[in-house]
Design a protein around this ligand. Structure first.
Ligand code: CP3
Length: 336
């Protein structure tokens, strides 16, 4: 059977959109919460291939999305490179100091369980479902490494790159190198497409955006394509606004993920001639459900259905989302 998600990624215009949802595995699902509790915690779950594969497949069993996304986290890369990482209950990730040297040699061994998860998911996937691997983009990963966790204004990271540009460049280059290896290993293990999450791309002024968002994403995609020319790459530079155009022109991903704020008619006109477009329903409409959710979904489909298009949210599903709303949305998308 052909995989509609891969057809769209390769540039086909389809009668109805393939779909998946960022953070489709996670706390809104009772079966996820049960397994996570049993595993000990979030990171234990990420490093347990059997359970991580099960969590990856949970939403597919319920809702039959066109794509399954590997259950893992973007912070696995800094951890594999030697930075300490833990997830504190209710406050998110907590990272130690940025390591003096990055442990490229040990990284592959450190993330080996995640690669094993990819293998297991691929072996147990329905034939019509595509397996997506992913990684964080260097700018976004660097913010967590330097801030030591989540941040509102990225003050430390900005002070760092203005104050010691050489060292920041060293860090970004190191993440580029590690990410190419990490995604390449995911593809070798069975990932059929990969997504780069640049969740905080929108925090940078235009000049810095070019240097720390456009350039590292371009380098990763160029290197990956040389090694895996058949594997489509989705870039998601969240919050890029009008810079989405320049990003797509220079980075040339196979697919560009758009956030909630991007007008779908603008994306159809400006971005879709350059790449498949993925997005962009506000995740909070899925909390609301009902007509508000379906109307917003219709709007997006109406504008983007004339070119290569993958339906997704503009950001991840939030924990308070009622699972039955995800079902209603999935059923709707199968019938449009
Ligand atoms: O279903 C999926 O989309 C696959 C799994 C996935 C997770 N994180 C699982 C996760 C993916 C693709 C990510 C990416 C990720 N991780 C991003 C980029 C996407 C985005 O949301 O912008 C970022 C910034 C992170 C870093 C991260 N991970 C933070 C800031 C947090 C804490 C906030 C939160 O939501 O709890 C996490 C934890 C995390 N990653 C959870 C899950 C399911 C929750 C952990 C738990 O079970 O408590």
């Amino acid at each position: 059977m052909t995989k509609l998600l891969l057809d769209a990624l390769r540039g086909q215009t389809l009668p109805r959109p393939p779909f998946w949802f960022m953070r489709q595995a996670g706390r809104y699902l009772p079966e996820y919460r049960a397994l996570r509790q049993d595993a000990g915690g979030f990171l234990d779950l990420c490093f347990n291939p059997e359970r991580a594969a099960e969590v990856t497949l949970q939403p597919i069993r319920r809702y039959g999305m066109s794509g399954a996304i590997l259950f893992s986290d973007i912070l696995i890369v800094p951890m594999a490179l030697g930075q300490s990482l833990r997830f504190a209950e209710g406050e998110g990730p907590v990272l130690g100091e940025v390591p003096e040297v990055l442990n490229f040699v040990g990284a592959a061994r450190a993330y080996a369980p995640v690669i094993e998860t990819v293998r297991r998911v691929r072996a147990n996937l329905p034939t019509e479902t595509a397996l997506l691997g992913f990684a964080g983009s260097p700018w976004t990963v660097a913010t967590y490494m330097i801030e030591g966790g989540s941040s509102r204004d990225f003050a430390k990271t900005k002070a760092f790159f203005y104050g010691d540009t050489a060292r920041f460049t060293w860090l970004i280059d190191g993440i580029v190198t590690a990410t190419v290896e990490y995604l390449s290993a995911q593809i070798d293990a069975g990932a059929e497409a990969v997504q780069l999450f640049d969740s905080w791309a929108g925090a940078l002024a235009p000049r810095e955006f070019e240097r720390w968002v456009i350039e590292p994403n371009r380098q990763i995609i160029t290197a990956l394509r040389a090694r895996h020319p058949e594997t489509p790459i989705i870039a998601f530079p969240r919050g890029s606004g009008v810079l989405y155009k320049k990003f797509t022109e220079i980075v040339r991903p196979d697919c560009i993920g758009i956030d909630t704020q991007v007008p779908p008619d603008w994306a159809a006109e400006v971005l879709q001639p350059l790449a498949c477009v993925q997005g962009n329903l506000d995740p909070l409409t899925v909390v609301a459900g009902g007509q508000a959710m379906l109307k917003a979904a219709v709007d997006i489909c109406t504008h983007l259905k004339h070119g290569p298009f993958i339906f997704n949210l503009g950001h991840g599903i939030v924990p308070q989302t009622p699972p039955e709303h995800v079902r209603a949305l999935s059923d709707f998308l199968r019938a449009v």
